[in-house]
Structures are given as C-alpha cells and as structure tokens.
Design a protein around this ligand. Structure first.
Ligand SMILES: Nc1ncnc2c1ncn2[C@@H]1O[C@H](COP(=O)(O)OP(=O)(O)OP(=O)(O)O)[C@@H](O)[C@H]1O
Length: 765
C-alpha cells in the first residue's frame, strides 16, 4: 500500500516534469524559428542597412564598421540559435527518459533532506532551479559511489560530505514508471540484471544508469597522469572509458573539446562498434585511430605490416622483436640521437638539372651541419642547416644563369610564356645583353624553387640509411648477449630490414623506432594540444610503442586499459608491461584500478572461461544465469559442419546473434565458404575495415577483440590448432566474447590447453 502511494507520487512528479519539458521545448522551438527568420531577414537586408559610401578614407571606415556590426548581430543570432538548438536536442533526449534515479540527502546542519533527480542531461526551470541533474554533475557522484549514510563527493570548492537518506532507481518507458526500487547498496543488482539481460547489438550501449562504484572511480578521476586499469574480460573497461570521455568533456566544458581527446583502439571494427555511445550522450566523438593508422599515415610511401600479417606471419627473430619492443631500445635511440649532435649524421646529395654532379653534395651539407657550435641540438642544427642552404641558394643564382640549360630554356619558350617573365609588358632594357640576363635570372629563380622545396622538406637527410646505421650501432649500445642474440643473428637481421626497405616495406617492430628516430633527427614538433589519451587493450602494445605515444603527446594525461590475460600480440611480455609503463610516469601521479567483476557473461560462462587461464588476474562472475558451455567432438570436418549448422539454427530460434570465431583468417574463409554452399546466411568479417552487420558473423580471433555477441561458436579448438602455451590467452579472448551461450567444436583431440577444466562446468554433445 505504502509502495503503491509512493509510486503514485513519483508518477505525478514525472508527469509534472514531462509537462515542463514539453513546455520548454515549445518555447525553444519558437525562439529557434524566430532566430532563423530574423537571421534570414538580416541576411536579406544586409546591404540595405549597411552604409555604402566609398569616397574618402573616413567614410569607408564607416562602411567597414557598419558591415562589422551587421555581422556581429548575425553572429549573435547564430550563437543564440545554436545554444537553443543544443538545449532542444538535450530536452528531446530527456523527454524519452527524463531521469533514472533519485537521491535524497541532508547537508550538515540541515534537518530536511533535499531531493534531486539524475538524468542524461540537466534541466532547470526558469528560476534556474535544477529539476534534473546531469549524471556528471558533482553531486550525482553520490548515487554511484556510496551507501546510505555519510557520503562525500568532490564539489568545485573541495570535498563535501552529506548524509544520503534515500537512493531510488526508476525504469521509465513512454512517460510511465514501469518499475522503481529503493536500494541501499551500490547500484542495485536488480537494475543491472535488467540491463544485462538485454540482447547484444552491433553497437555498444552506454552504461550511465548502472555505473558501478569502481567504474565511477575511473570515470571521475582527474588527478592521475597515468590511470592504469586492469580489468578482466567484460568488466566494463571500454564502457567506463566511453563514460569517462563524456565526463571530462562535461567537467572541462569550454576548455576541452573532443579534438583534444584521442583514443587508440584495437581495430577499425571496434571503432565502428563504439561510435554511437558518445553521440547518444549528447557529446561528440573523440579522435579515434588504431596504432597502425597512427604510424602508417606518417610514411605514405611505405607499406607497414598490417594486423593480419603481424598475426598470421610466423614470428621470425622472436628475441630480436622482444628487444625492439623494449624501453631499452627506446632509450638506445634517444642516446644515439644525442650522439648525432657530434657526428654520424648521414646526408643525401641534392641534385638540380644534372644527375652526375650534385648541386649540394652530401659532404657539403655535412660540413654545414657540423659547423655550428655544440650548443646546437638536433632541432636547431637542422633549422640552421636549412637556413644556411637557403641562403647559399641566392648566391647560386648568378653563376647558374651562365649555364647552357638556361639559354636553351629561353629559346624553347613561346611568346606567351616569355611575356609572363617580364615585370610589365613594356619593360625597357639598356641592351639586349641586359634583357637576356634579366630573363635568365627569372628562369633560374623559378627553377631553383625545386631545390628550396627539397631543402624545406629535409630531403638532404637520409633517414632510412640513418635507421640502418643506428641498427648497426646497436651492439655498441646494448649488450645483445643479454637478449640471447648473437652478433651474426643481428647482422642477418639487419640485412633483412635493409632488404625490406628496398621493397618499401617495414615491420611493426621497426616502424615506431624508425619514426622516433625521424622525429628526433628532424626536430619534428610533437602534439602539445592533445590533453587526454586513451589506450584500450594495452596488453597488445609494446613498451616501446607506449613510450613513443607518451613522447608524441607530452601534455596529455593517459588512461590505459587492458586485460593482461588477453594478450594476443605481445603474449608473455604483457606480464612485465605494467612494470615497464610505470617507469614512464611519475609514480606519485600513477593510479592503478582493478576491475574484477565480469558483467558481460553469465555466471556459467565466466566460471568456465576463467579456468582456461592457468594463472591470472582475479575474476568474479556476476550472478546472471544461462546454459553451460558445450563441447562438440566430431570425427571429421564434415560432421563438424553438421554440428555447426544445427547450433546456428538453435541460436536463430532463440534469436541470438552468433559469431563463429576461428583462429586464422584462412579458417574463417573456409567456414564462410562452407556455410554459403549450404545456403546458410553468414557474413565473413575478414578485415578490420569491414562493417559489423546484424546476423551471424564469421571472423578470425584477432578481429574479435573488444567485441561481444549473444552466442559464440569457437571453431576447431583441437590440439592441432591450439597447442602452444602462449595460445591460452587467445582461447580466453575468443571464449570470453560470449554473453550468454558458448559452443566449442573440434575434430580429433581437444586442445590440451582445455584439458584441466572441471567437468561440472560444461557439457559434451
Ligand atoms: N556498470 C555496468 N552496467 C551495465 N552494463 C555493464 C556495466 N559494466 C559493463 N557492462 C556491460 O558489460 C559488457 C562488457 O563491457 P566492456 O566491453 O566495456 O568490457 P571490457 O572490460 O572492455 O571487456 P574486454 O576486455 O573483454 O573487451 C558490455 O555489454 C557492457 O555494456
């Protein structure tokens, strides 16, 4: 009875708020309309109101001023219009679900509690009294953070403590409260269950209404220079950062815009998957790219090894790759570059007209480069060299005019081209010799622009040669025996890098080092504008890459998220990653947060998948029920396909979206082909540039990173396919993509990596 009347009261409150929202919407509609027609009017009569008067200096100043005023008026209208439009779109979002929570609290010394409602945006009445608080407002934090009783939150003027007396959650649909419950805990499990039971989709959802306490910490952290989040599969790392971006954009409104936030994600598919989360919260998307895009756009003339090649290649030179991925290697380059201030810089000849004799020989450039005193560092040295070369260019004009090519060029010009060379049509000269000389000079200056362009583009540097020279110097800088690398191995490796350069190819393990050396040598300015950098799936980055990213964004605060259990590319190295990263940041300004609860999958699935990891980070299951995973052992491939088809139709009956995840691309292609022959509809996702589509998908493991599906079918988990211990993490990543149902198929023997599973946690069929 009490509950019922409470519900009535809340419904009445909701009705009132909805009415106010609609009222405000109508008012905004009106003012947008009138601003629009006023702007049109202003535009149409722009020149009627502007005093056009062109005689005399002062009157034309008047004209300018008048135009300026008109423009300003237009601008103001425009601003008001933009402001109103933005507010209207917030209200339109609120109209569907005005709020999702209510909190009552008492400030110190007050007896009467205050009530606030929390929603996706804020809404105030005409007296500036907030009827709905944005979930990112300081006070809203208590909803996510605390139990009833004393709670603190960070207000603009320092920490505030209040007594929370009520916490209530609402499920609202079409203006009606469908369900509401009071809770004492963090965000009640009931609400979370409702949300988690929803089916997967090809777009990630926002978790605003059910952010968990630990996640809230990540979202609202503003102190750390490095926020490192270790979270098990499905613990909401990615969700938390999306909310964090929205939070930061709100908190620093006016000082931070979305172009100053960059996110590195595992692949393009994933970018597609998350692209709607921020717009749905009324924010613009940040800059998003993959590390590969970041690196390869800098070397347009070279082919950078792709994700596919990196994964499917046999990993040659494992020890060498390990060295190249390390911080030591990064430091070795820094050190090497320092030494280039004294000697060892390589140059290229600059040619002009003649291919035989350089216009500036590399020795000449080198002489200039090292002629400056020792206070010149690499950046100043290159600038000073450019300046000296450009200067000397002007002295080269005169001698060049006497060269044969010049008179030949003049002869070859037609009258029109020739006319263009004169300063004005009836230019006079004392003698024809002088005229010829004038023309020759014009021609030379014009043609020498090619040279000045080359100088400005640093074309006298030999960066590839320099990188090889650095590699040659490595044995002097690093004790290779400590990395299990012999002199001979290193030299052979060097030859391979050189060979690849000739073919304009570069490996992932070289590209960052190459770019870093390039930046140091050319004194390229790094990006001081970027304020926040997010790196998802950190376990797939090398310490070198992270150091290079930090070097690139010197003013950015970093948020790094990852699951050390899911390292696909870096495998065992990921274990020491945190140790290596922490060397890059001030330890006082580093915070590590652990997320251990897995929200993605049912309890059955989480309990099953976590056993695949022999050792590993802590993982807790969220209490949501579903079927046990099922193993299908079949005698041959044909029977395995039969099993696959029957699972697919079973899943379709239950309306589950399914991903068939294979180890390699070749397998995914084979499965997709086989299904097509049987007229079973499925989409092959073979490259990261494809789009995610609804329905059954077939994809290789490395493209499934970060994604989730109602049902996953792990294809061919046989001993033949998965046997090396470092493939454990791969199997874990594949199986942990499933939210509700998991089936594992194989022929022959089951992979040994799946041997030690408790038989109670799965079934065989
Ligand atoms: N607080 C929450 N409320 C509701 N759903 C949540 C919450 N936290 C996480 N989820 C859900 O759990 C699932 C997994 O989240 P997410 O993809 O962010 O995890 P992750 O840690 O990045 O996973 P992985 O490392 O395996 O890719 C998503 O469906 C997300 O919506």
């Amino acid at each position: 009875m009490v509950k019922e009347s409470q519900e009535q009261l809340e419904q009445e409150h909701l009705d009132k708020i909805l009415k106010l929202i609609r009222q405000k919407e109508r008012a905004l509609d009106k003012s947008i309309d009138s601003a629009q027609s006023e702007a049109q009017n202003l535009n149409a009569h722009f020149f009627d109101d502007v005093k056009l008067d062109y005689d005399g200096y002062s009157t034309s100043m008047d004209t300018a001023l008048s135009i300026h005023q008109q423009q300003q008026m237009l601008q103001e209208r425009q601003n008001a219009w933009q402001h109103d439009t933005k507010q209207l779109s917030t209200l339109q979002r609120l109209e569907q679900k005005p709020y999702f929570a209510r909190v009552d609290f008492k400030e110190k010394g007050e007896d009467k509690p205050e009530t606030i409602y929390i929603g996706l945006g804020s809404f105030a009445n005409n007296e500036d009294h907030f009827l709905i608080y944005d979930w990112r407002a300081p006070i809203s934090s208590i909803y996510y953070d605390g139990k009833l009783g004393e709670v603190s939150y960070n207000a603009p003027d320092g920490e505030q403590t209040v007594e929370m007396t009520k916490k209530r959650q609402f499920l609202i649909e079409d203006g009606k409260i469908v369900n509401m419950f009071d809770t004492n805990e963090q965000i009640g499990d009931q609400m979370l269950l409702n949300v988690l039971n929803e089916k997967s989709s090809i777009q990630m959802k926002s978790i605003v209404t059910t952010i968990q306490r630990e996640q809230n910490k990540i979202i609202r952290n503003t102190d750390a220079d490095l926020l490192f989040v270790q979270g098990s599969a499905g613990s909401g790392k990615t969700s938390a950062i999306m909310q964090r971006v929205a939070y930061l954009l709100y908190r620093y409104r006016g000082n931070l815009n979305s172009s100053q936030v960059i996110m590195f994600s595992p692949n393009q598919l994933f970018n597609d998957y998350i692209k709607n989360v921020l717009p749905e919260m009324g924010e613009q998307n940040m800059v998003q790219m993959t590390y590969w895009q970041f690196a390869s756009r800098r070397v347009p003339g070279m082919n950078v090894e792709t994700l596919f090649e990196q994964f499917e290649d046999d990993h040659e030179d494992k020890d060498i790759v390990k060295l190249k991925d390390s911080l030591q290697f990064f430091n070795a380059i820094t050190h090497y570059a320092k030494h280039l201030e004294k000697k060892g810089m390589l140059f290229k000849n600059i040619y002009f007209k003649s291919k035989d004799k350089p216009f500036y020989s590399k020795d000449k450039v080198k002489e200039i480069y090292y002629s400056f005193n020792e206070n010149y560092h690499l950046r100043n040295r290159i600038e000073a060299t450019k300046e000296a070369l450009l200067n000397s260019l002007s002295h080269r004009v005169e001698p060049e005019t006497k060269k044969a090519w010049v008179s030949k060029t003049i002869e070859s010009l037609d009258q029109e081209e020739l006319n263009k060379l004169y300063d004005h049509p009836d230019q006079e000269f004392e003698s024809s010799a002088k005229e010829e000389h004038f023309l020759a000079k014009k021609i030379v200056i014009k043609q020498l622009k090619q040279v000045s362009r080359k100088i400005n583009q640093n074309r006298f540097l030999n960066i590839r040669g320099q990188y090889l020279a650095f590699l040659r110097a490595v044995p002097k800088l690093i004790d290779l025996s400590k990395w299990n690398i012999s002199q001979q191995q290193w030299e052979d490796h060097l030859e391979r890098v050189k060979h690849r350069f000739i073919e304009r190819r570069i490996k992932m393990a070289d590209i960052s080092a190459y770019l870093y050396l390039y930046d140091l040598v050319t004194g390229r300015r790094t990006d001081y504008e970027m304020r926040y950098a997010f790196i998802d799936e950190i376990q797939d980055y090398t310490p070198f890459q992270l150091a290079y990213l930090k070097y690139n964004f010197p003013r950015a605060k970093f948020t790094m998220l990852g699951d050390l259990n899911q390292a696909i590319f870096t495998k065992d190295e990921s274990r020491t990653l945190l140790g290596q990263i922490s060397k890059l940041f001030d330890s006082e300004k580093t915070e590590v947060v652990q997320l251990t609860k897995s929200y993605r999958s049912t309890k059955e699935l989480t309990e099953f998948t976590k056993q695949i990891l022999r050792q590993g980070e802590k993982i807790e299951a969220f209490d949501r029920q579903g079927p046990l995973p099922v193993f299908y052992k079949r005698d041959n491939l044909e029977k395995e396909y039969h099993a696959l088809e029957s699972i697919l139709s079973e899943n379709a009956e239950q309306d589950l979206t399914t991903a068939i995840i294979t180890k390699t691309l070749a397998e995914a292609q084979a499965v997709a082909r086989a299904l097509k022959e049987q007229k079973v509809k499925a989409t092959l996702i073979g490259s990261a540039n494809q789009r995610l589509v609804p329905g059954t998908l077939v994809m290789p493991s490395y493209l499934a990173k970060g994604l989730e599906f109602d049902a996953v079918i792990a294809w061919e988990v046989s001993e033949d396919n998965y046997h090396s211990i470092d493939e454990t993490q791969l199997l874990y990543t594949i199986t942990s993509r499933a939210m509700y149902k998991l089936d594992l198929l194989y022929t022959g023997e089951k992979s040994e990596l799946l041997d030690n599973l408790d038989p109670k946690t799965y079934r065989n069929k």
